[in-house]
Design a protein around this ligand. Structure first.
Ligand code: DX5
Ligand code: ZN
Length: 230
């Protein structure tokens, strides 16, 4: 994985057909997806349950690009090896998931994956201080994690701006997760984001049988964001 700040669209399979992940991933990549975002939920850290490392391992061969695994689980550390072994390129853990995020990030890199740090909407941007040399990606949650299809939280735009200033020239991706649409994407791109996760705004209106809307949706988000990128 080489680093650049061009806009990358990362469809979340949370909004795809759970009985057909392989075909959904292949369809959305053929339609222009850059990364595939995989939302892991445990019914404890967040009030919803999705799937675990075995599912990640099963879908890995269907992903040509980057497998971006977002862990909304607590505890995190006991499962890092399994998610790394499943073939995740990036493993993102939440700052709020436990008392030892520093150790968690060390463990992710130690397992051979890129390390991501996610911040809930109520978590201040200062949570990244002292961790900037340990992360490859910072994910700003623009909804409260747990469900797709929620409304974008506008107050997070200022957080993205502050984060962009803190990151400076470091090779750290700034990812946005939640409520990304062609309307909200330019706001966060202008503030400094380069990776845009989108679930409902990518998968809405299309299907494996009729994938063209996936491409139109991805293009609409990418074009709006690229035009606004700072
Ligand atoms: C929310 C997940 C998101 C979610 C985004 O907890 O982390 O990745 O799928 O869905 P949309 O794009 O529909 O807000
Ligand atoms: Zn996510």
């Amino acid at each position: 994985m080489s680093f650049d700040r061009s806009i990358k669209i990362a469809p979340s399979i949370l909004a795809s057909d759970f009985a057909n992940f392989g075909a959904e991933i292949e369809a959305v990549e053929a339609q222009g997806a850059d990364w595939i975002h995989v939302d892991v939920m445990d019914g404890h850290f967040v009030p919803n349950i999705t799937f675990g490392p075995e599912t990640c391992k099963a879908i890995r061969p269907h992903i040509k690009g980057v497998m971006d695994v977002h862990l909304m689980i607590a505890p995190v550390d006991p499962y890092i090896e399994a998610f790394a072994a499943s073939g995740a390129d990036i493993i993102t853990a939440h700052a709020e998931a436990g008392p030892h995020i520093h150790r968690t990030l060390q463990a992710i890199r130690g397992a051979g994956a890129k390390a991501g740090l996610a911040l809930n909407p109520g978590t201040p941007v200062e949570a990244v201080d002292y961790l900037l040399d340990m992360v490859d990606l910072i994910c700003v949650m623009t909804v409260n994690p747990g469900f797709g299809g929620q409304k974008f939280i506008q107050s997070q735009i200022a957080k993205v701006e502050a984060l962009r200033a803190k990151v400076g020239d470091r090779p750290i991706h700034i990812e946005i997760d939640g409520g990304v649409t062609p309307v909200t994407a330019p706001l966060v791109a202008a503030a400094g984001a380069d990776v845009l996760v989108a679930g409902s705004a990518v998968f809405g209106g299309g299907s494996v049988a009729d994938p063209a809307p996936y491409g139109e949706n991805i293009r609409a988000i990418r074009d709006a964001a690229t035009a606004a990128q700072s």
